[in-house]
Design a protein around this ligand. Structure first.
Ligand SMILES: CC(C)(COP(=O)(O)OP(=O)(O)OC[C@H]1O[C@@H](n2cnc3c(N)ncnc32)[C@H](O)[C@@H]1OP(=O)(O)O)[C@@H](O)C(=O)NCCC(=O)NCCS
Length: 223
């Protein structure tokens, strides 16, 4: 059983990286898992994680309607995520335990020019271990480290109580409810909107001996 995992602090990022960020780092090594961009060779591992979690994800993730998908389509998706990353539209990360995909998380630029929305899902065999909270906390730090970003938000269906625990545990403020832009298949169609401003973010500390290492992709290295 994995313990609840820690998040990375903004100070640590600033010390480790040669900022300011124009995009977040490609990879963050956390105490219990690695959060990194997908590479083409991750197709099979992502397919396995999604297939093993279909019924767990189906009520809440609209994209599950496209599953199961082909290897080629998944490679096209990775290519699209790379374009989105380069354009700053969306930063998609896989959550890896060794070569196994245990979840996915990302930052999406779709709420405001100076704001990012955080999304996440966790493999059904790995829920309840704090992985989503760790990923969302880390993405909060990374998102708020981008020069133009003043706030991040988490949106989830009102009926998705487990998802709502993540912003609550991280200290986000519940702003309002509103009709969902992308209704979850098993949801109410009403989203709860949680927000964290840069000036209010106090990330949980991470253990001394397990400080995460942040890596940028080397030029010329494949995805
Ligand atoms: C929501 C989800 C990402 C949570 O992942 P996780 O790694 O288990 O999350 P964490 O362990 O960090 O925290 C989950 C919290 O929800 C609580 N929880 C789980 N199921 C719950 C339920 N049915 N009712 C109430 N609380 C619940 C857990 O007890 C935990 O809170 P606690 O730490 O106070 O005990 C995961 O269940 C998932 O992938 N769901 C399907 C996809 C999804 O809903 N994504 C989010 C879309 S907005």
């Amino acid at each position: 059983m994995l313990p609840a995992a820690p998040t990375v602090s903004p100070d640590h990022i600033v010390k480790t990286m040669k900022g300011p960020f124009t995009s977040p780092p490609d990879e963050v090594e956390l105490a219990e898992f690695v959060m990194r961009r997908y590479r083409r060779e991750d197709s099979a591992a992502l397919a396995a994680a999604v297939t093993e979690s279909l019924e767990h994800l189906r009520p809440w993730m609209p994209w599950i309607a496209l599953e199961p998908t082909t290897l080629k389509d998944r490679e096209r998706l990775f290519a699209q995520w790379d374009r989105d990353w380069a354009e700053g539209v969306q930063y998609s990360y896989g959550m890896f335990l060794e070569d196994r995909v245990v979840g996915g998380a990302g930052l999406m630029r779709r709420i405001a020019p100076d704001g990012l929305e955080i999304g996440y899902w966790v493999h059904q065999d790995f829920v309840g271990r704090g992985l989503a909270t760790c990923a969302a906390g880390t993405l909060t730090t990374l998102g708020l480290s981008l020069p133009e970003v003043t706030h991040v938000e988490i949106h989830h269906d009102k009926a998705n109580v487990a998802s709502g625990r993540i912003p609550e545990k991280l200290g986000f403020s519940l702003l309002r409810e509103q009709p969902s832009d992308e209704p979850a298949p098993g949801g109410t169609g009403v989203s709860l909107i949680w927000r964290m401003d840069g000036s209010h973010w106090l990330p949980p500390p991470f253990p001394r001996s397990d400080e995460p290492r942040l890596r940028r992709r080397r030029p010329g290295r494949p995805n």
